[in-house]
Ligand binder design. Sequence first.
Ligand code: GRF
Length: 196
Amino acid sequence: MLKKKLAVLVSGSGTNLQAIIDATTTSLLPNAEIAIVISNKKDAYALQRAKKKGIHNLFLNPKDFSNSTEYDTKLIEIMQEYKVDLIILAGYLRILSKELVIAFSNKIINIHPALLPKFGGKGMYGEKVHEAVLQAKEKESGCTVHFVDNGVDTGPIIAQKKVPVLEGDTVQTLQKRVLAEEHKLLVESIKKILFV
Ligand code: GRF
């Protein structure tokens, strides 16, 4: 069976990327492979994770492009060159242009560290999400994988996992609990979408 090709877009530490790497190199996701990892941040540790495994990786510097449409036009070219079946935003902090979303309609997914539609939207990323959950005194939080549309965190939801918010939780303890579920949810969602 021809393996399905994944592109993973990242900006940070890349623990979700690592979960995909681990799954594609074991029996969890044997029929998919990462064709390329692309970061908009030069020092993203995610790039090191890809390098260590010999996975093609690229730092695409936003400063080399005059606007985000041009940046994403380059991304589209790369995706076509690598014949990518699915684009995964795994801690990728740029908002996609509508051109990219249209070019890969229903082929781009994002992982968000909360139970959307709650605690999503512009500016809701990283620790800010968990801060907001704690401030709202929610009893539970979790993570969501969804298709990317032209809004921010608004596309159709594919799957969610819940975790409890515990007494005395800090941003860090909640983030850690959610992140552990993200890793499982992302791999399960890829499997579900690609039928692999
Ligand atoms: C995750 O919480 C993800 O949901 C969010 O950014 C974080 C990325 O973590 N979009 P990592 O880089 O995968 O470790």
